[in-house]
Design a protein around this ligand. Structure first.
Ligand code: FES
Ligand code: FE2
Length: 384
C-alpha cells in the first residue's frame, strides 16, 4: 500500500473516537441459517464459487524451481499446478489418464510426474512420456491423446491462481479485481514459505472467512489474549470487486497519529487483510505474510491451510524457531478461541433452531463478503 494511501487512512483516524464503532454500513444484513447449513446450497457454492471462479492457491515462491508442484481441490476438481522448465506454470486435473489415480499428492518437487498406480510417466507439461512395460497393451491409444487434462492457471504479483472451469481469460489482475494496486507494493515475489499447517474444522467454509471479516468480536471473545492490544470498535474497510479488505488496528495507532504527520508509520500498527472471495485471505502483519486457504469439504466441514511467509529464508535455528513460534501463536488464538466457537455456531445453524444471522452495520466487510457471495450465486443460477 502506497505511503499516500496510508497517510490518508491515518488522517481519517484522527477524526474518530476510538471507542465508537467505525465504519458503519448503510444497514444491517440478514442471512438465512441455511446459507451455512443446507447441503443443496453448499453444492451450488462449490460449483459456482470454487469450481468456476479463480482460487488463490499460494505464493509464487512455493513453486520456485522447475518441477515444483502443489495440489488442490477446486470445487471438487482435483488440481495439480506445476512449475515448467521455462519458468511458466501449468495446471492439470490431478487424475491419471489410465485409470484415474491422483498423480501427485500434497506439494513437492520432482523432475517428472509418475503415477503411483501402474507407473505411467508424464512430463512436467502434462504430456505422456511412457507406459513402462506396457506399450503393447495400449498400442491403439496413442500417447499424444493421453496427456493430463488442463485446468486454468495465472500468476502475478507473487501469487498463484487456478480455476477448474471457464477460466479462458483468467489473469492475476482479473482475479484480484483491483486489489493488485495495493498487493504489488508488498513485494510478495520475494517472500518465502517458512511453514504451512492444515486443519479440518467442523464448520461451513464461510465461517472461516467470517472470523477475519470484523474486529467487533475481539473485545469479548479475545479478552484474555489479543483484546488489550487490538481495537475492537475501529477498523479500516474497503473492497475490491467481491473481495473485502479489513485492516485491523493495534491500539498503538492512536498514539502514532498524535505525532507529526511526517513521522507517521502505518504498517507496524495494522493487520492488513485482503479477503479473497471465496478461497481465503492474505494478511500482511508487521514482519510477515499469512495466507489462509479454505477447501470446503461439506456444508459443515472445511479444511484450512495456514501458510506463513517470511521476507527471507530463515538461515539459522534461531530464525526458524522465531517463525515456528509466530505461526504457533497465530494458530493458538484462532484454534482455541475463534474456530472452536465457530464449530458451536455451525451446530446451532444446522439445528434449524434459529432462522437467520444478523450482520451489524459495524461489520461492513462481513456484509460486503456475504452480499458478494449471494450475488455470485444468484448470477450463476441466472446463467445456468
Ligand atoms: S492409473 Fe495411473 S498408471 Fe494406471
Ligand atoms: Fe478472532
Amino acid at each position: 500500500m502506497r505511503r499516500e494511501r496510508q497517510i490518508e487512512l491515518l488522517r481519517k483516524l484522527t477524526t474518530l473516537d476510538p471507542h465508537e464503532p467505525w465504519p458503519l454500513a448503510e444497514r444491517t444484513m440478514r442471512n438465512p441459517a441455511s446459507a451455512y447449513a443446507d447441503p443443496a446450497r453448499f453444492e451450488a457454492e462449490r460449483t459456482a464459487l470454487f469450481r468456476r471462479r479463480p482460487q488463490m492457491l499460494c505464493l509464487s515462491s512455493e513453486l520456485a524451481a522447475p518441477g515444483a508442484y502443489v495440489t488442490a481441490d477446486l470445487g471438487g476438481v482435483p488440481a495439480l499446478v506445476v512449475r515448467q522448465a521455462d519458468g511458466s506454470l501449468k495446471g492439470f486435473v490431478n487424475a491419471c489418464r489410465h485409470r484415474g489415480a491422483p498423480v501427485a499428492d500434497g506439494s513437492g518437487e520432482r523432475p517428472r510426474i509418475a503415477c503411483p498406480y501402474h507407473g505411467w510417466v508424464y512430463d512436467l507439461d502434462g504430456s505422456l512420456i511412457a507406459r513402462p512395460y506396457a506399450e503393447a497393451g495400449f498400442d491403439d491409444a496413442p500417447k499424444a491423446d493421453c496427456g493430463l487434462l488442463p485446468i486454468f492457471v495465472a500468476e502475478g504479483y507473487g501469487l498463484v491462481f487456478a480455476q477448474a472451469e471457464g477460466g479462458e481469460r483468467l489473469t492475476a489482475d482479473s482475479a484480484l479485481c483491483g486489489a493488485e494496486g495495493e498487493i504489488k507494493d508488498y513485494g510478495l515475489e520475494s517472500y518465502v514459505l517458512t511453514e504451512a499447517r492444515e486443519h479440518v474444522w467442523e464448520v461451513n467454509w464461510k465461517l472461516v472467512l467470517d472470523t477475519f471479516a470484523e474486529s467487533y468480536h475481539i473485545r469479548a471473545l479475545h479478552k484474555a489474549t489479543i483484546a488489550p492490544a487490538y481495537s475492537s470498535e475501529v477498523s479500516l474497510c474497503n473492497a475490491f470487486g467481491p473481495h473485502p479488505q479489513m485492516i485491523g488496528l493495534l491500539k498503538t495507532v492512536f498514539d502514532e497519529i498524535k505525532k507529526p504527520e511526517a513521522e507517521w508509520n502505518f504498517l507496524p500498527h495494522t493487520t492488513c487483510q485482503y479477503i479473497f472471495m471465496p478461497s481465503g485471505l492474505i494478511t500482511y502483519q508487521r514482519d510477515h505474510i499469512e495466507l489462509w486457504r479454505v477447501t470446503p469439504l461439506s456444508a459443515g466441514r472445511t479444511r484450512v491451510r495456514t501458510s506463513l511467509y517470511a521476507p527471507e529464508a530463515p538461515a539459522t535455528d534461531k530464525a526458524r524457531a522465531y517463525w515456528t513460534k509466530n505461526l504457533a501463536a497465530l494458530l493458538s488464538v484462532t484454534g482455541t478461541e475463534d474456530f472452536p466457537l465457530m464449530e458451536k455456531i455451525q451446530s446451532n445453524l444446522a439445528s434449524g433452531a434459529i432462522p437467520e444471522l444478523i450482520y451489524g452495520r459495524n461489520e461492513p466487510a462481513l456484509i460486503h463478503l456475504h452480499t458478494a457471495i449471494n450475488d455470485a450465486l444468484s448470477q450463476a443460477g441466472a446463467n445456468a
